[in-house]
Design a protein around this ligand. Structure first.
Ligand code: IMP
Length: 193
């Protein structure tokens, strides 16, 4: 089965490819002639994932999927949420985002937060949504140099270390994206039988 994954991030692509296994081949938008940035202008993760998968489907007619992720901090009413990539600046400045998050939470005892990923799959013209969540808390200061984004500040429940202090395998086994992808893979494997 051939699927387009609405990402040009080679790391994400190989991660999902490895989990999907034989019988599935993934293509990037670029490989299908879509070279422009895919719009994500919606106010929710579901809306953005859906906008991206529909954008690909409308132009190719091929089965495809897209993901969107946000960090939802309880004491900040769910922010930065859908704005996670551009929390501090217009670019994807991870360090500035982390600085802003720490300053917003300064003196705050409620550090509870979660990462949430939504995947929108369009298969045979029908949309299916899959959600992956990991609960945790925001550390008082950054630790670790692995991963990306908010990883140095996020301590998943049941652990004392941040995502940035874990190996990629450890993180993927419990992460929001890992869990959403596992649901997608489950669906596709059962569907293909
Ligand atoms: P995207 O939807 O996967 O592009 O994620 C949006 C933003 O959420 C990223 O720019 C990061 O700031 C943050 N983010 C997403 N996934 C992770 C993660 O696994 N760890 C840390 N930050 C993440």
């Amino acid at each position: 089965m051939k699927l387009i994954f609405a990402t040009n991030n080679a790391h994400k692509l190989s991660e999902v490819e490895a989990v999907l296994g034989d019988g599935f081949s993934l293509a990037t938008p670029r490989e299908c002639g879509i070279t422009e940035d895919i719009p994500e202008e919606q106010p929710t993760l579901e809306g953005n994932a859906s906008q991206k998968s529909h954008y690909i489907y409308d132009r190719t007619g091929c089965d495809c999927f897209a993901d969107d992720t946000g960090l939802e901090v309880e004491a900040l009413g769910g922010a930065p949420g859908v704005h996670s990539a551009r929390y501090a600046t217009d670019g994807h400045d991870f360090e500035a985002n982390n600085r802003r998050l720490l300053s917003e939470l300064a003196g705050c005892d409620n550090r509870h937060a979660r990462f949430r990923t939504v995947i929108s799959l369009i298969e045979g013209g029908e949309e299916h949504l899959f959600e992956g969540i990991v609960e945790g808390r925001i550390a008082e200061s950054a630790a670790g140099c692995g991963g990306f984004g908010y990883d140095p500040l996020f301590i998943p429940d049941g652990f004392d270390s941040t995502f940035a202090e874990m190996s990629a395998e450890q993180k993927n086994a419990i992460s929001h994206r890992g869990r959403a992808v596992a649901k997608l893979v489950d669906y596709l494997h059962n569907r293909a039988k």
